[in-house]
Write a protein of this length. Sequence first.
Length: 249
Amino acid sequence: MGRSDSPRTGGDRIRLVIADKTSMGAQLLAEALRRSHRFASVVASDRVADVLAAFADQVPDVALISADLEGDPARGFRLTEEISAAQPGTRVVMLLDIPDREAVVQAFRSGSQGVFCRARSVKELLKCVTCVHQGQIWAAAADLGYVLEALREPQPLQVANKAGVPLLTKREMAVVQCVAEGLTNRETAAQLNLSEHTVKNYMFRIFDKLGVSSRVELVLYVASQTPRRASYFEAKSESVPTAMAAAAY
């Protein structure tokens, strides 16, 4: 496990933990990112145990997690779920070799606030980490398209608290469904036989209840809540012991 610490001289300096699929990859990412001087600390490792130990030492602001860890193509997704459940204050960026539809949707459903393709530049990665630290969602236009497609599939949308109690009314969920289908407020009003003003009011209430601030964040929030189907990640793991940053690249 590698660590680089420097005194926090401002509230915007980031505590970062990196979990990559190889030790060399983790260290190279750490060295490249710490050159920006935006980080109060950087912990990097290819072992899940080291990453979890970093949380016991000092809770990171952002975790950069490779989907593939310890030879398991699904371990990064499960680690993200663990972090999201235990440390909701830590925001996760999922590092993907190939940002295909299944991987992107799985990343957001696991609790990630951003997805980043490994092939892109360190400069873009730094921007991604910074934006996620600031509370934004990071997703390319194609990534968001995958999430929208997944939400349009015939399966019940779910927005509930940990006890399973619905957070939205049936009418609010109908509005959310329209948003997931890519409809504008005007189109939603026509479909639900409401005025556009009423739809806007519903949107304000939905945003307030869920703690989101844009349609993109709403879509990704719902994606993380909706029950997922069995995926090829699970199959592999069994066989192996905008007005935001969205579309900013």
